[in-house]
Design a binder for this molecule. Structure first.
Ligand SMILES: N[C@@H](CCC(=O)N[C@@H](CS)C(=O)NCC(=O)O)C(=O)O
Length: 199
């Protein structure tokens, strides 16, 4: 059994919930208050969630945990078997983490002087993601894949309203940025992925 530590409304935690749900892998969730990370820090030496416990091993980082779930439970696969497709998905995920998330992260807090440029950049980059998806059901084609798992908890705010109890400004910023332009195919993809089970 995998134990995973989480806080409410966490985007990165939802990646793990989606991956495990896809593979029918049960997760023992350990809930922490957003304002009290002492248990997370004691376990992992840092405050970010998710953190997974697999026996005595502690794994930090949502996509590292997803990788580990894939390795331990290969079926149904989330990763492409074809090395070219696999490399493309890794590049997309790394770009999403290090580039696409830049503007919403920079806008999370006091309005920066380059806010207009950040908003324009975000719209352009979301447009690229829409083009990458095209009219396919999922980023990798016909089946849910690791890119869907990686980007869904963030892109879902194109359609899904932040929970009324969710006070995380980052999610409201995502909703604002993602609703700046129409993208019916991306919206349909959000609804499609949202229908998948969570652990
Ligand atoms: N790269 C990490 C990021 C984890 C992360 O930023 N988690 C957020 C919740 S979605 C968090 O714990 N934030 C608390 C904080 O920033 O203090 C991952 O993928 O798990």
């Amino acid at each position: 059994m995998i134990r995973v530590h989480r806080i409410p409304f966490s985007t990165n935690v939802e990646r793990v919930a989606l991956a495990a749900g896809h593979k029918s892998v049960p997760i023992e969730w350990v809930d922490h208050a957003d304002g009290d990370r002492s248990g997370v820090i004691e376990l992992s030496g840092q405050r970010l969630v998710p953190v997974a416990e697999l026996g005595t091993e502690v794994v930090r980082g949502s996509m590292r945990i997803v990788d580990r779930i894939e390795a331990d439970h290969p079926e149904p696969p989330l990763y492409a078997a074809d090395p070219v497709e696999l490399a493309a998905s890794r590049i997309t995920m790394d770009w999403f983490e290090r580039v696409w998330k830049g503007p919403p992260n920079a806008l999370d807090g006091a309005e920066p002087p380059d806010a207009d440029a950040l908003r324009a950049r975000s719209r352009r980059w979301t447009g690229w993601l829409c083009e990458l998806l095209g009219t396919a059901p999922y980023f990798a084609g016909e089946r849910l894949g690791v890119v869907d798992v990686c980007v869904f908890p963030f892109l879902k705010y194109a359609v899904v309203d932040p929970d009324p109890g969710d006070t995380e400004p980052f999610h409201a910023i995502l909703a604002e940025l993602l609703r700046a332009d129409p993208h019916p195919e991306l919206d349909a993809w959000v609804r499609r992925v949202d229908a998948h089970p969570r652990a």
